[in-house]
Design a protein around this ligand. Structure first.
Ligand code: NAP
Length: 458
């Protein structure tokens, strides 16, 4: 029998999820000096995951990562199987039977919950829904957001909160030449929102956003960032954090916020308020959201480990729309173990483990579904490389898995009557989107329904 990883017996790997981690895992597999075939599965017809559906439309530079993924897709041995959902159309066991190894890189598809009264009142939304909606993700195409109110609250102070705030704050002119979905641009054009509150449970030094994203709030055409100078007074522990050489981001954030505190809001239609040391305790409203009740906090604990300690004093903030932006969370995949507490696939060094903590042969994971929703796009490259190292270390064991008895994956797809979207199919959809966008001065006009994408393919 030929060695696995040779032209006679290529190493066959399925990667599930075509976001950054999926492509970086694919790239790492192709760099092993072996003959490798990688089939990249994606539940949507369009690849690129969070880069297409999560990165804000007005951040085109971040989307340049797609050019790297397009190169990876040109590698001999690469296959794209779009519009196929693992755990529904094809089971994990069926997939395992066809490949030496399967790497799950399906990201964190939902949001963490606040767990407070009124969380599900109409008018209270997750950031994921809003981000998916303005990015034209088919799952969120038909969501509607009532932008007829003057005040919007965003809970959380990470980069997603800043993205949501910026999209709410920008004018149509600032957005119309981006790849924002048309339905979102039309709705935002009618928005009556004047005040956007980005609410953090801890202080300015503990905010999770990064300074480039924060700084952009000061560069908006018709919106002024508002920071109270008194909120920038730090306790001794936060001063110690500020003095630490590893606090570059927070130091730059503080400098930017100090500059914001001195700004005049004259002449601008919108305001974006950074609110600190307040945590939501309940959402109120008779039929729909009318206000969020916030409890004032103080910081408690040593430097770098300070948590928000409620004081018992509450304030009510009237708002007609609210976005919960407190971090993403992975969702379980039928047929795989799941760590409910952390919202990830339980794993050791990327090897998916069972309840006894033993690696399940041939199953691996990388990216947010492996480690949780942290880091920037590039963070997922090193993470995927580490998982692929585990996989390659296991090669002697993977070789002995009987993968050929189940036949070709294309046969299984045909038997199941699935409409698989190949990479050539995706390229047609891609070209069509680019064509639709060019007349409007947009990089592309995305198709926002799966049926529209499949319609292009006839
Ligand atoms: P995040 O950075 O983890 O921020 C979550 C925020 O929610 C924090 O301010 C956190 O406060 C707060 N929070 C958590 N639980 C809360 C609760 N129960 N009540 C009130 N506040 C709560 O998450 P994210 O903004 O979703 O971003 C996810 C990742 O994507 C991050 O690594 C981010 O940098 C990245 N990202 C990057 C970009 C970019 O590069 N432009 C854009 C978007 C996202 P505590 O700190 O107190 O927990």
């Amino acid at each position: 029998m030929a060695e696995v990883g040779t032209p006679d017996q290529p190493l066959r790997v399925a990667v599930v999820g075509s976001g950054p981690s999926g492509f970086y895992a694919t790239e790492a597999l192709f760099k092993q000096g072996l003959t490798v075939k990688v089939d990249l599965f994606e539940r949507l017809p369009a690849p690129f995951g969070l880069v297409r559906n999560g990165v804000a439309p007005d951040h085109p530079k971040l989307k340049q990562a797609i050019q790297v993924y397009e190169k990876i897709a040109e590698t001999p041995g690469f296959g794209f199987l779009g519009n196929v959902t693992i755990g529904r159309d094809i089971t994990v066991d069926e997939l395992r039977a066809h490949y030496h190894a399967v790497v799950f890189t399906c990201g964190a598809e939902t949001d963490r919950r606040l767990g407070i009264r009124g969380e599900d009142l109409p008018g209270s939304h997750t950031a994921t829904e809003f981000v998916g909606w303005y990015n034209g993700h088919p799952d969120y195409r038909d969501r509607s957001f009532d932008l007829s109110h003057e005040a919007a609250a965003i809970i959380g102070q990470g980069n997603v909160a800043i993205d949501v705030a910026r999209i709410l704050a920008k004018t149509v002119d600032e957005l119309k030449h981006t790849d924002i979905a048309e339905h979102a641009l039309d709705a935002l054009a009618e928005s009556r929102i004047r005040d956007i509150f980005i609410i953090g449970r801890r202080g300015p030094m503990q905010a999770k956003f990064t300074h480039i994203e924060l700084r952009e709030l000061g560069e908006l055409e018709d919106c002024t960032p508002i920071v109270k100078a008194s909120d920038l007074a730090l306790n001794a522990e936060s001063e110690a954090e500020l003095a630490d050489k590893n606090s570059r981001t927070s130091v730059k954030n503080m400098e930017t916020m100090k500059a914001f505190a001195g700004l005049s809001e004259a002449g601008k239609r919108r305001r974006c308020h950074l609110v600190f040391l307040q945590g939501p305790v309940r959402l109120e409203g008779s039929q729909r959201l009318e206000r969020v009740v916030l409890e004032k906090n103080v910081l408690s604990g040593p430097a770098f480990k300070q948590s928000a300690k409620p004081t018992g004093e509450t304030v009510a903030l009237d708002c007609g729309i609210l976005f919960r932006s407190i971090g993403y969370r992975g969702v379980p995949i039928p047929g795989l173990p799941f760590d409910e507490r952390a919202g990830v696939l339980p794993n050791q060094d990327g090897r998916i483990i069972d309840q006894q903590g033993e690696p399940i042969p041939g199953l691996y994971t990388a990216g947010w579904i492996k480690r949780g929703p942290t880091g920037i796009i590039g963070t997922n490259r090193a993470d995927a490389v580490a998982t692929v190292k585990s996989l390659i270390d296991d090669l002697p064991k993977l070789k002995t898995r009987a993968v050929d008895s189940a036949g070709n994956i294309a046969d299984l797809i045909q038997q199941k009557n699935l409409r698989r979207v190949s990479y050539a199919d995706w390229s047609k959809i891609d070209q069509s989107e680019i064509g639709c966008g060019s007349g409007k001065g947009k990089p592309r006009e995305k198709y926002t329904r799966v049926s529209e994408m499949l319609g292009i393919l006839g």
